[in-house]
Design a protein around this ligand. Structure first.
Ligand SMILES: Cc1ncc(COP(=O)(O)O)c(C=O)c1O
Length: 381
């Protein structure tokens, strides 16, 4: 039996010492690393389809660009990410003063929550959706108001009703394409939404998957920089540009909002290697374009294949699909996850989003997608 050390005996109750909001937060449960799955099941290859990452190897020139940056790592990085900011501003056709960079879009979510949410204020969160909005809300001692989707789409009417009736609502989290459904908000819908939304409510538009959109009616933050500065856009290099491991995202917003982000962000939140990589990938451009084209063709192929098997799969504008398992199968997303894992496929069970009858899968290469379908067929009862 383990004996209690002197240090353990004198240990304070850290949970009691923590800020109340922090102590009450649900723990973050990380996914199993690929290597661990490989070792546990003795597999040569594991296909990770659980985090909407890029499935292709990155271009060879990237390594050289990053090595060059690393040789200058005795110096702090540029806190304003000036070179990258100029390139992104040109690409989006926005002023540089409308951009600020973050440690992935997820840091952008935290920063916006830190800026706008006081204890007890409310945020509206369509559900199921990316869980970072709820975490950031809770961290600030604010209250998430979760509203269900309607026909797998964000229900802007229901959100408006809450915002019009509850004066404590400070911010609405929107996502387009939304994770996990892949649905986009149309510009016309957003215009009508903003026209009715009370003036003092902020709107975050998470566009982590922006580059995968083919629907030309879809909303984009740039459309509102002049007309409605309540809209704050979030983007990332983790998805189309394949840099999830290096952590670069950015906020697109009115310069006054950008100035507030600058007040709260850590000065060196984007490191030198990440900066160099993002600049390289933006200049290179071919890789991201090819990756997007493949994701678009794979999402059509896989949706058709899954629908042909009698599954319900909403049309996705992202690099992932959200799949409903028919009740008749008596197999939920978590059971499917456990059946596919020993076969070397990792999907995201719907339990992670509070919808156990679903699973979300990223789109892999054609070869991996075809093998996935074979294993999926075998996994069904
Ligand atoms: C909707 C959404 N926003 C943000 C992120 C996080 O992106 P980043 O890697 O830039 O932090 C994700 C990651 O999966 C996401 O799905």
């Amino acid at each position: 039996m383990e004996t209690e050390t002197a240090a353990q005996k004198n240990m304070p109750d850290f949970t009691a010492l923590a800020r109340e909001n922090v102590a009450q937060m649900p723990p973050y449960i990380p996914g199993k690393p690929v290597l661990e799955v490989q070792q546990e099941y003795g597999l040569d290859k594991v296909v990770k389809l659980s985090s909407n990452e890029c499935p292709f190897p990155l271009p060879p020139g990237l390594g050289e660009a990053v090595s060059k940056a690393i040789s200058g790592c005795n110096r702090y990085p540029d806190a304003m990410c000036r070179h990258l900011r100029t390139k992104v501003a040109q690409k989006l056709g926005v002023y540089e003063s409308s951009l600020i960079f973050s440690n992935g879009a997820e840091e952008g979510i935290r920063l916006i929550a830190q800026i706008f949410l006081n204890q007890g204020e409310k945020t509206v969160i369509p559900t199921p959706i990316f869980d970072a909005y709820s975490t950031a809300t809770l961290l600030m001692g604010a209250v998430p108001v979760k509203l269900p989707l309607k026909n797998d789409r964000i229900d802007l009417h229901a959100i408006l009703n809450v915002c019009e009736q509850d004066r404590d609502v400070k911010l609405v989290w929107l996502c387009s394409p939304s994770n996990p459904t892949g649905d986009v908000i149309k510009k016309q819908e957003m215009d009508a939404f903003l026209a009715r939304l009370p003036r003092n409510i902020m709107v975050v538009l998470d566009e982590a998957y922006r580059e995968f959109i083919t629907d030309d009616q879809a909303v984009k933050t740039e459309d509102y920089l002049n007309s409605d500065p309540r809209v704050v856009g979030l983007r990332t290099f983790s998805k189309a540009y394949g840099l999830a491991g290096l952590r670069v995202g950015y906020v697109v917003a009115h310069p006054q909002v950008i100035a507030l982000v600058n007040n709260v962000k850590l000065p060196f939140n984007v490191n030198s290697a990440a900066l160099a990589a993002a600049e390289y990938m933006l200049d290179e451009a071919v890789f991201a374009a090819k990756h997007v084209a493949l994701a678009v063709s794979e999402r059509k192929f896989m949706r058709r294949e899954l629908c042909n098997r009698g599954l319900s799969v909403p049309e996705s504008q992202g690099n992932f699909l959200f799949v409903k398992l028919p009740d008749s199968l008596q197999l939920d997303g978590s059971a499917l996850f456990h059946r596919l894992l020993p076969k070397g496929f990792v999907v995201r069970p719907g339990t992670a989003f509070g919808v156990p009858g679903y699973f979300r899968m990223s789109l892999g290469t054609r070869e991996d997608n075809v093998t996935f379908l074979q294993e999926f067929d075998r996994a069904l009862p």
